[in-house]
Design a protein around this ligand. Structure first.
Ligand SMILES: [Fe+2]
Ligand SMILES: [Fe+2]
Length: 292
């Protein structure tokens, strides 16, 4: 049974993949010989554009510093579900949206396409594993969270919203924008304090990072935690909060991003055939069950 998370006021995207499709509009793949932008998406989809706009209106209005604290309290207890990674993959796969005409790719296929592209380029196995799990945090949708609290570009909360964030005008409705504690360049932070001291808007990145933080090498954790932080990894809007170490680690985030964004291929990977390889890989790094 697939679950539909579309078509109501709090979930304006017809599918959470509409956010990723919108990213491809904003950050099209640098021209390659084999693929053009049009192969990925349909330009005329104005309904999607409207949905994405409304999605960001909600996201920018409600992602406040206090909201993030509240979600940390709620989800970092990890008392929702205990699953093996494979059960989590199956669980996530119930998040297929039948109403989306653009894609019949389910979540597992996006994960496998990302990880297989990483593997094909000969990267270390933990990098492949990172590709395979990077979006598992989207199970938040299945715990009843609205789209705007699961996906979308992430950004620091507790300091001024950069105008390089997509749809910056929607931050006018965010109460933090008029709170002097939070609306200055540094807000509650200090210059170059390092991202480990910075709270990001709540979503699937931070949630999965918190689940994985004891199991994967640091570059993998940066990729997971900041893969939706487009305002930094594409726009460099928050250099003033980053440490030297963050910049070093963001080389990995940059390396990961094209695999996430541009690895959609028309022929879906053979999940069944690939399963033994990924079972070994998962067993090498992760415990038998994980707490969500
Ligand atoms: Fe993601
Ligand atoms: Fe992804």
């Amino acid at each position: 049974m697939s679950q539909n998370f579309s078509g109501n006021e709090s979930n304006p995207l017809s599918s959470i993949e509409d956010w990723e499709d919108d990213l491809l509009d904003r950050y099209p793949e640098p021209k390659t010989e084999t693929k053009t932008k049009d192969e990925y998406r349909n330009y005329e989809d104005s309904e999607r554009v409207d949905g994405v706009r409304e999605f960001y209106r909600l996201n920018h209005t409600y992602q406040t510093y206090d909201f993030v604290l509240e979600k940390e309290k709620e989800f970092l207890k990890f008392d929702k579900k205990e699953m093996s990674l494979w059960e989590a993959v199956d669980f996530l796969n119930t998040l297929v949206d039948d109403s989306d005409p653009d894609t019949d790719l389910d979540q597992l296929q996006h994960l496998l396409q990302t990880s297989e592209a990483i593997r094909a380029d000969g990267h270390p196995d933990w990098f492949v594993l990172t590709g395979f799990l990077h979006d598992m945090g989207k199970v938040l949708c299945l715990f009843g969270e609205p789209q705007w609290a699961v996906v979308g570009d992430t950004f620091p909360v507790g300091c001024k919203h950069s105008d390089k964030i997509v749809y910056p005008e929607f931050f006018q409705a965010n109460p933090d924008s008029t709170n002097p504690k939070y609306n200055t360049k540094y807000g509650v932070y200090e210059e170059n304090c390092g991202l480990e001291n910075v709270k990001m808007s709540w979503g699937h990145d931070e949630y999965l990072y918190q689940i994985m933080k004891n199991y994967l090498p640091e570059p993998a954790l940066y990729m997971i935690r900041y893969h939706s932080f487009y305002p930094q990894h594409r726009e460099n809007a928050y250099d003033h909060l980053m440490s030297k170490h963050d910049h070093e680690m963001f080389k990995w985030v940059d390396k990961f991003n094209p695999y996430d964004l541009y690895s959609k291929v028309p022929v879906p990977p053979d999940a069944k055939a690939l399963r033994p390889y990924y079972e070994d890989l998962v067993a090498k790094y992760l415990p038998a069950t994980l707490k969500f």
